[in-house]
Write a protein that binds this ligand. Structure first.
Ligand code: GLU
Length: 493
């Protein structure tokens, strides 16, 4: 039987980094096994729906290159559409299917109508809590006769359908990460399968769909492991073989708490907006909860597809550490194609008015040279702004105390005069002219070492650190270099 896995997000607005990881592991597992990876939309909780959420999610997945070949996809026109022979793949379009299967369970007395009001359920729960018990449905409607049920339906009473769990039955399943998991039905609730609005609950729909879509492995977040026994019972009740389960460890922050919005960036979109390369994010996310046999840390998608082994998924929480992500990301920045990186950086430069849209086109080669010069040490494209004021700001603002003090050193006026004279005499300033120029200044004025190099750097860039001066001056050009030096002299020396 060929492997079929699915990513089954609920369209609630944003794609958590944990969802990206779930999708990625499903994708990698399918690739590795030569199987199929599909995407199903679980939208049965009508209270949590957000407009445009499906599109956003599909965009996020396609940005990350975690592509599925079946299920809900974006069509060429950018609209949501579906492909595959097991559809529909959006649960709200499958209501008739769920009704059929609920009928089967009712007929076999494995499910029952429940007419309890919210008020009653709240009261039952309160009493149970006050008695120190774990709240669960008390089975009030389990024994209603056919006539009683019909009478209530005829009277227009709202109802739900609940699973009729047998008492004291051990439910067991094998999880590829967790090993054997056991639970007694006495510790489980008679789960609602169909809600009063006619929609199935997640628990019911997920089982019916995974069965009908011939899913062989369910790879999902650990938060679902406590629900799995109910699902396993449902498979049994229908007489279906349950798929294999793989529950992925939670993603924690560096303080070992569950990674949530309150602690900074957690949405795929946050990282896209900062200008991370998707390959970098995916590379890092793959390592949160999975480790390869050797200690390799930089993986292309192809390499991940080869190396990924679900047996090496950890059973304890994976830590999402932005520093580590940045470390991985630095590799991608460093190796990036200059055009690709420049195109990624330009919108950030335009957004902060460092350059105009027109300049982005007219001065493209210059911008590319700058990007190539400063890319080392960058983690994401948005950081470009901190790296390049020296090239784009007309007036250098020097704030660094050490730089300001350096400009007051005794030799600085002489250095200024010497630089000005030599640069003015050049036809055009070029990288290979700088070293000989420094040699001459050293010989003629006795200025050397830090006094010479740092002094020049501050005069031209206003900063004590940055890219190599010969490259900087080549990009700036003679006029600009002289203009900057003169500005620094007038304002800070
Ligand atoms: N709709 C569920 C979610 O958003 C899917 C859980 C599962 O994969 O079974 O997490």
């Amino acid at each position: 039987m060929s492997v079929r896995v699915r990513f089954a997000p609920s369209p609630t607005g944003f794609v958590h980094i944990g969802s990206l990881r779930t999708a990625l592991y499903n994708y990698l597992f399918a690739k590795k096994m030569g199987g199929t990876y599909l995407l199903r939309v679980e939208d049965t909780d009508r209270t949590r729906l957000v407009d445009g959420a499906i599109e956003n999610m599909l965009h996020a997945m396609s940005w990350a290159n975690v592509e599925h070949t079946e299920g809900v996809v974006l069509g060429e026109d950018g609209k949501v559409t579906q492909v595959g022979e097991y559809g529909p793949y959006i649960q709200s379009e499958r209501l008739d299917i769920y009704k059929e299967y609920i009928k089967t369970l009712l007929e076999q007395d494995k499910a029952y109508y429940c007419f309890c009001s919210k008020d009653r359920l709240d009261k039952v729960r309160q009493v149970q809590k006050s008695e120190g018990k774990v709240p669960k449905y008390d089975g009030h409607c389990r024994g209603l006769s056919k006539e009683e049920i019909q009478a209530k339906i005829d009277a227009g009473q709202d109802y739900v359908i609940r699973l009729k769990l047998p008492a004291n039955k051990e439910i067991k399943f094998n999880d590829m990460v967790r090993g054997t998991v056991k639970m007694n039905t006495n510790d489980l609730d008679d789960q609602v399968l169909m809600k009063s609005d006619g929609f199935p609950t997640y628990h019911f729909a997920v089982v019916v769909d995974d069965y009908l879509m011939k899913i062989t492995h369910i790879i999902r977040g650990e938060e679902w492991i406590s629900s799995t026994p109910k699902h396993v019972y449902l498979y049994e009740a229908f007489g279906w073989e349950a798929p294999t389960f793989v529950h992925l460890p939670n993603i924690l922050n560096t303080e070992k708490k569950k990674l949530s919005k309150r602690h900074g960036d957690v949405a795929v979109e946050d990282f896209r907006k900062k200008g991370y390369f998707p390959e970098a994010l995916v590379n890092y996310v793959a390592l949160v909860g999975w480790s390869p046999e050797d200690n390799q840390e930089i993986f292309s998608m192809d390499e991940l597809e080869n190396a990924f082994d679900v047996k090496r998924v950890s059973n304890s929480g994976g830590v999402f550490d932005t520093n580590k992500l940045n470390w991985v990301s630095q590799h991608y920045m460093k190796d990036a194609d200059d055009d690709e990186l420049t195109k990624l950086c330009i919108p950030f430069l335009v957004e902060t008015n460092m350059i105009t849209k027109e300049e982005a086109q007219e001065d493209y080669d210059k911008i590319k040279a700058i990007v190539s010069l400063v890319k080392e040490g960058m983690h994401y494209a948005k950081e470009i702004n901190e790296k390049v004021d020296v090239f784009f700001k007309d007036e250098l603002k020097i704030e660094e105390q050490d730089a300001l003090e350096f400009l007051k050193l005794e030799h600085m006026p002489t250095l200024y005069e010497a630089l000005e004279e030599k640069i003015s005499n050049m036809d055009e300033i070029q990288a290979d002219l700088i070293k000989p120029m420094f040699k001459e200044i050293q010989k003629e004025h006795g200025i050397k070492g830090k006094n010479l190099f740092m002094g020049t750097r501050i005069l031209i860039t206003g900063q004590m650190h940055g890219p190599e001066i010969p490259h900087v001056v080549t990009i700036l050009g003679k006029e600009e270099v002289l203009k900057r030096m003169s500005f620094v002299k007038q304002n800070y020396m």
